[in-house]
Design a protein around this ligand. Structure first.
Ligand code: AMP
Length: 292
């Protein structure tokens, strides 16, 4: 694979990444890492923009991590668009791309795994066994490989964000984890590399997922019964043309524990399949109306 003609450096091994970060730190420059699986879109670029605003140097990793895909998932079909990604990152003023091969991340004999059991339980954890262990392990490795000052993640993958926040605390990894709100299409559909799988007809239906979650969030904020709202939202998503709903649930935002009483920070999260494409999304439940 030839590398594009650009001033942006691509490194593929840990020693080269560390060397660059060490130079920046020696110059008292702060370093931000934005981990991605490539096929970049405006959601990823919002993380990059935030990283540029907060740190002196920005590293973007691109690695389609095999261990977070289940045996029947889309690892082979996952979009790979290296040249376009590099052009976007170059235009955004990113300093370095870290793009390891699987053999760099998981050399022969590799056997360690990071588990964050409680936060990984339920929601996507139930429907994608092993997924969050794969995510937790690869993110831990990326953070220890680069030792950035900041790392940025999207609220789009809300359970993933909670897993990462927890592991950074539990493992004393010296990095600030920052989150960025979900970037959406004009019709509300959350940007995702997997949206490329949607047919034209499916693309027209897809925004109904966010619309339904938002309507449920508003109703709950107005005092409607949480269980009834989630059940109603499931019916609405199926009626819109989705083939199945994995879950639509309300959780405490920080811990992702089941919500007992509607209080400070509640979030409605969902996953549903449209044709062959599994979509996830989540919406903050606004603070309850006075007297509601
Ligand atoms: P991925 O390439 O799907 O692993 O995503 C890399 C990072 O981009 C993760 O932190 C995601 O949460 C974040 N991300 C993906 N889609 C969006 C979006 N629509 N808005 C904001 N962040 C996103």
């Amino acid at each position: 694979m030839s590398e594009p003609d650009s001033s942006l450096t691509v490194v593929r091994d840990v020693a080269s990444l560390r060397r660059r970060v060490k130079v920046w730190h020696g110059e008292q420059r702060t370093v931000a890492l934005v981990p991605t699986m490539g096929a970049l879109h405006a959601g990823h670029m919002a993380l990059v923009k935030r990283a540029k605003a907060l740190a002196d140097a920005v590293v973007v990793s691109i690695f389609v991590n095999p261990t977070q895909f289940g045996p029947n998932e889309d690892l082979d079909a996952y979009p790979r668009r290296d040249a376009e990604d590099w052009a976007l990152l170059n235009a955004a003023g990113v300093d370095l791309i870290f793009m390891p091969d699987a053999s760099v991340m998981y050399p022969d004999g590799f056997q360690t795994a990071v588990q964050v059991p409680a936060v990984s339980q339920g929601l996507c954890g139930t429907h994608r066994p092993g997924h969050f262990e794969g995510v937790a392990t690869v993110v831990t490795k990326l953070l220890l490989q680069g030792l950035p000052d900041l790392a940025l993640f999207g609220e789009k993958d809300f359970q993933q964000l909670a897993v990462i926040k927890r592991l950074v605390i539990d493992l004393d990894i010296p990095v600030d984890v920052l989150s960025v709100p979900t970037v959406r299409e004009r019709d509300g559909l959350a940007l995702s590399s997997r949206n490329a799988y949607l047919s034209e007809d499916e693309r027209a239906i897809a925004p109904k997922f966010y619309a339904t979650l938002s309507a449920a969030a508003a109703a709950i904020a107005n005092g409607a019964d949480i269980k009834a709202c989630c059940a109603q939202a499931e019916r609405a998503v199926l009626a819109a043309g989705f083939s199945s709903v994995d879950y639509i649930e309300v959780r405490v935002a920080d811990s992702l524990l089941p919500l007992k009483v509607l209080g400070s920070e509640a979030r409605i999260l969902g996953a549903a399949t449209l044709g062959q494409t599994r979509l996830i999304d989540n919406v903050k439940i606004p603070a309850q109306q006075a007297g509601g």
